[in-house]
Structures are given as structure tokens and as C-alpha cells.
Design a protein around this ligand. Structure first.
Ligand SMILES: Cc1ncc(COP(=O)(O)O)c(C=O)c1O
Length: 442
């Protein structure tokens, strides 16, 4: 059964972020259904979804409460355009999210994928300055090792050569500042020292050309896509101060790290700051439907409010604010409230960290790190040829051990759903150790 689906898929589906030729050797798994932390193929083989299907799934596959909310919504309203119309799910979601920021970020603008939210934040920032008479503020600043998505605008503020180089001529250059990645600590330095050093880099740039800069965009606390680079919250506090002092917008991209992933609902809560724009996607719909949004301050909203249509934000997507996606998000937020998820995740995280301790101290592991519900470590693989195939070998071995784990280069990471039982946690740690040992010694 499975093999038939694989053959048909390879003939007709162009898979994302994939050199399709690799599927001559790398397995393609046809998923039949999912339940909780498990995905099942057509032959009944199961895989522990330890990366939450690209970091989107929060409360397991086929979650009964999100399913029920969606079934109810299906019979009410599947979709209606959001220009000139509005509906309960989008209103309630906007109100709840604004409340969760203490109403500092008072308006929500919707799209579908993460990259679209990034495009919106960049356009809004530029346009808000322009409406305020500062049309020269046109530049964007991003961090070394940043990742904000694959559309042309988002790719321009992404610092991953592999994704970016082929499209170089199409992209508007952004300014790149050093990453506060705690792994950059020099002898005797703490993570906070690295944060201060990286913030000083931002300060130098702002002093030189803040008059030309619209915004700095940051993945707060964890730069996920380029290898789970973690930094101290102090960095966000310092950049917030610099943005205030130099009149530069702060965009935080919480597409990967929002929705409780770092331990607080929003990552920036750990720095006690709010940005001017906050991008959210992935987990907000519980991993059910494409939904993204940008929360922004009322000052920004007011900069567009006018009798002149051209001063408005004339951006749209057909499925903006889709009621089904918003309803899935409301069900997701209800689970956070009703199940005390953030507190229970602290207990889960302690148990998983303890279970992973033998890996943390393994001689072929360095930089073991954890924040909230993210764990990562870098494999030591001195042989260059083996290092270059580490990720693919690990993925294949993980599948053999009923595990869905896809390292980024030599960085192995876990980003499991928030429904782990004690048995799930112990099993996940044991499988990860088995796979690591087999890949490192094979
Ligand atoms: C921080 C961050 N921003 C933006 C994106 C892009 O989101 P999407 O893939 O939904 O376009 C991602 C995706 O991984 C991400 O991690």
C-alpha cells in the first residue's frame, strides 16, 4: 500500500524544501492518519512526531477538542471574505490575542502562511513611516543566521545562503547584524555578555543610519531554522531600548517560537518587552490550518487611519481571517487556558531534560541546550564526508526507530507536541539516544 502511494507522490507532487533527486535514496513516508503524538503510514507503521510536523502541532494529531470546534464551525461558516465583512471567530481571536498582550498590540492583520505575515510586517513598517512623513526609512535589519520564510521579501531578511543565493538578483539587500547566539561566547563570557556585544552591533548601525532604517526583525530567544541558536532575553530588552531611542520599529517573528514554545505564550514576555509588530503562525491554529497574523500597536494602526484610501494598508489575501482557521485557533487558546498548559509543560520539560542527560554529557555532543519545549544539541562529527550526510543518515535511522526527527545539519533538535505523557517522554529520550548512538558509531 505505502509503496504505491510513494510512487504516485513522486510522480505528481513536488515536495517543499527538497532536492527531489534525494528521494532516490531517502525514504518518503505516505501518512495515512495521525493520533496524538503518532503519525501512521498505510502499512500501519508509526512515527513519533518529535518535531510537531515542522513545529506546528501543539496538542497532538486529531485532537478531539479542536476537531469538535472545526466540525461545529463547518456547519456555520466555512469562509467569507474579510473586506467589508467580519465574523465571530476572527473578532474573538483578535480580542483574545490583544488581551494576551495587555492590549499593547491592539489590532490583528491576518494572512495564511508565516512568510506572508513577515511580508505584512515589513510593508506595514515602511508604510507607517511613509504615512508619518519619513519615507526615507526604507531599510530592514536582520540577524546573522536569521530565517523568516521563502517569499521574496521574507527571503531578503533571511540569512541562509543555501535558500537565498539562487535568488540573489531578485532580493533587496538587508543589513545584517551579529547574532546573539550564546554559542558565540568567547572564553569567560556569559550568554548575557554575548547579548550585550550583539546589541552593541545594533547600536553602531542605528547611530550611523537610523534615519534610513524602518525596522529590525528578530526571532526572539531561539533562531530555530538555522540550528536552534538560543540567546539571552537581555538582547531583546536592549534592542527594544535602541529601537525606542533611534525611532526604529521592532518586528518580532514569533512564527516558530510563539504559542508557548519557549515556555511563555509569547517569547518576548521573557524580556518583559512588546515589539511594534509581532508575527504569529504555525502553532496558533494548533497545527490544523494555515493561519498567520501580525499584531501591532494602535499608533501604527492610527498612522493608516485616514480619509485618503492610499494611506490605508491595501494588502490582502483571499483567505485572510478564514473562519475555520480562526476557530481552530480559538480552540487552541481554550486548551491553553483550560489545561494550564504552560505550567504543565514546565514539568514535562524537566522530565525530558533529565531523560536526555546522558546525551547532554555524551562525548560526541556539544552545546546541549533547552528553552521551554525546545531541546537541541550539536553532534561532533570530525569526518567531513560523514558530517555532510549526518542529517540524512539520522533521519533514516530515526524512521527505523519509529521517530520523526530531522536534524538541521549536525544539530539534532526536539520540538514535541505539548501532550507528552511520562511514557512518551521516556520513550522519546530513549529512542533519540538509540538513534544518535547508531548514527555516530555506524
Ligand atoms: C521564524 C520563522 N519565520 C517565518 C517562517 C515561515 O513560515 P511559513 O513556512 O509558514 O511561510 C518560519 C518557518 O519555519 C519560521 O521559522
Amino acid at each position: 500500500m505505502s509503496q504505491d502511494w510513494v510512487a504516485r507522490s513522486l510522480k505528481s507532487v513536488w515536495h517543499p524544501c527538497t532536492q527531489m533527486q534525494h528521494h532516490e535514496t531517502v525514504p518518503l513516508i505516505p501518512v495515512s492518519h495521525g493520533r496524538g503524538v503518532w503519525l501512521y503510514d498505510h502499512d500501519g507503521k508509526r512515527y513519533f512526531d518529535a518535531i510537531s510536523s515542522w513545529w506546528v502541532n501543539l496538542f497532538g494529531h486529531a485532537n478531539p477538542r479542536i476537531n469538535a470546534a472545526l466540525k461545529d464551525q463547518l456547519d456555520m461558516l466555512e469562509h467569507a471574505m474579510l473586506a467589508g465583512f467580519t465574523h465571530e471567530p476572527v473578532i474573538q481571536l483578535s480580542e483574545q490575542l490583544s488581551d494576551m498582550t495587555g492590549n499593547v498590540l491592539g489590532h490583528a492583520f491576518y494572512a495564511s502562511d508565516g512568510a506572508s505575515a513577515v511580508e505584512i510586517a515589513l510593508k506595514m513598517s515602511f508604510h507607517a513611516w511613509r504615512n508619518g512623513g519619513q519615507a526615507d526609512k526604507q531599510e530592514f535589519v536582520c540577524l546573522e543566521g536569521s530565517y523568516h520564510g521563502e517569499t521574496i521579501g521574507a527571503l531578503a531578511v533571511t540569512d541562509v545562503a543555501l535558500f537565498k543565493d539562487a535568488y540573489g538578483p531578485l532580493l533587496r539587500a538587508a543589513r545584517t547584524v551579529s547574532s546573539p547566539d550564546a554559542r558565540n561566547a568567547r572564553e569567560g563570557e556569559t550568554a548575557q555578555d554575548v547579548a550585550r556585544r550583539a546589541a552593541a552591533d545594533v547600536e553602531r548601525l542605528f547611530e550611523e543610519r537610523a534615519g534610513k532604517i524602518a525596522a529590525i526583525i528578530i526571532e526572539p530567544l531561539v533562531q530555530c531554522a538555522t540550528g536552534m541558536a538560543m540567546h539571552d532575553p537581555l538582547y531583546l530588552k536592549l534592542v527594544r531600548e535602541l529601537c525606542d531611542r533611534h525611532q526604529v520599529h521592532m518586528i518580532v517573528d514569533e512564527i516558530a517560537v510563539g504559542c508557548g514554545r519557549t515556555g511563555t505564550f509569547f517569547a518576548c514576555e521573557q524580556a518583559a518587552i512588546w515589539p511594534d509588530f509581532l508575527c504569529l503562525s504555525k502553532g496558533i491554529s494548533g497545527g490544523y490550518l494555515p493561519l498567520s497574523l501580525v499584531l501591532t500597536r494602535d499608533e501604527v494602526y492610527q498612522a493608516f487611519y485616514s480619509t485618503d484610501v492610499r494611506r490605508g494598508f491595501l494588502h490582502s489575501h483571499s483567505y485572510t481571517g478564514n473562519p475555520l482557521a480562526c476557530r481552530a485557533a480559538l480552540a487552541t487558546l481554550a486548551i491553553f487556558r483550560e489545561d494550564d498548559v504552560l505550567n504543565r509543560n514546565r514539568t514535562r520539560a524537566e522530565r525530558l531534560s533529565a531523560a536526555l542527560a546522558p546525551l547532554a554529557s555524551h562525548e560526541r555532543v556539544k552545546n546541549f541546550r533547552q528553552r521551554g519545549m525546545i531541546w537541541a544539541f550539536d553532534a561532533v562529527e570530525p569526518d567531513a564526508a560523514r558530517a555532510s550526510t549526518f542529517s540524512r543518515r539520522f533521519f533514516a535511522s530515526a524512521l527505523d526507530n519509529e521517530l520523526l526527527l530531522r536534524p538541521i545539519g549536525r544539530t539534532v533538535y526536539l520540538m514535541p507536541p505539548y501532550v507528552l505523557s511520562d511514557d512518551d517522554i521516556d520513550g522519546l529520550a530513549a529512542r533519540t539516544r538509540t538513534v544518535f548512538e547508531s548514527v555516530i558509531t555506524a
